[in-house]
Design a protein around this ligand. Structure first.
Ligand SMILES: C[S@@+](CC[C@H](N)C(=O)[O-])C[C@H]1O[C@@H](n2cnc3c(N)ncnc32)[C@H](O)[C@@H]1O
Length: 224
């Protein structure tokens, strides 16, 4: 099956089901125009995050890796009126653009952006007692993912979810000798979860506009 076919099917799904509005489309277009890398979740994946947050009745969400705010908007739109989303981003320029995209999408009141390394941001949230969060979306630099997950265990509520993106990495997840720190990060995540009795998880492989990849969905029974 070709990548072109995956793109056609993703386009069909986007047209038929996803319901991307002008603000979401503009977030992608403005991000591209500003030279941000095209590494946001796809429309279908954004909608999946939104649906999971709604099914889970998430009122407090933590996101790692804002980029241009595309996934932030999908997640924030799942929140109740008094909900909140904290999103952590290393790059101040990306965060500025994301802020404009988030405002235009009408969810600025719900979103708190923090700029800096995500691990330090998580440690600050722990120190502030800013948790617990109902849902954590890990989508920042990939080698640090096990540390993000371990920190997330201190910030998520019992019964909360941690979703981690880009874990399959074109199939390299199964390659013990990959040597790629991003793959090693995702294998470290799986090892950590496998040894953690509080977590029940699975990883789903995906194909589509973003190639062959996948995400891990983890339910934390005894979190913060
Ligand atoms: C895959 S992109 C996020 C995509 C975004 N979640 C979306 O789907 O719209 C990863 C982001 O993580 C940011 N990042 C990289 N290293 C980071 C770090 N140490 N702390 C926080 N953010 C980081 C990058 O600048 C980039 O914006």
């Amino acid at each position: 099956m070709s990548r072109e076919r995956w793109n056609e099917v993703d386009d069909y799904i986007r047209t038929m089901l996803v319901g991307e509005d002008d603000a979401l489309r503009a977030a992608v277009l403005d991000s591209a125009a500003a030279g941000l890398p095209a590494i946001a979740v796809s429309p279908a994946q954004g909608k999946l995050l939104h649906l999971i947050a709604r099914v889970h009745r998430a009122a407090a969400i933590l996101e790692l890796g804002t980029l241009g705010g595309y996934s932030t908007i999908w997640l924030a739109r799942a929140l109740p009126e008094d909900g909140r989303l904290v999103t952590l981003e290393l790059d101040p320029g990306y965060a500025r653009l994301a802020g404009a995209n988030i405002e235009r999408a009408g969810v600025g009141e719900l979103v708190q952006q923090r700029v800096g390394p995500a691990l330090a941001g998580m440690q600050a949230l722990i120190a502030e007692g800013a948790g617990p969060f109902d849902l954590i979306f890990i989508d920042a630099d990939k080698p640090t993912t096990p540390d993000y997950f371990a920190c997330g265990l201190q910030l998520v509520r019992p019964g909360g979810l941690i979703i981690t993106d880009n874990v399959v990495r074109g199939g390299a997840l199964a390659d013990a000798d990959s040597g790629d720190p991003r793959v090693e990060g995702m294998r470290g995540l799986h090892e950590l979860i496998a040894a953690e009795p509080r977590v029940s998880a699975t990883t789903i492989q995906t194909v589509g506009a973003k190639g062959y990849d996948g995400f891990t969905l983890a339910l934390v029974d005894g979190g913060a």
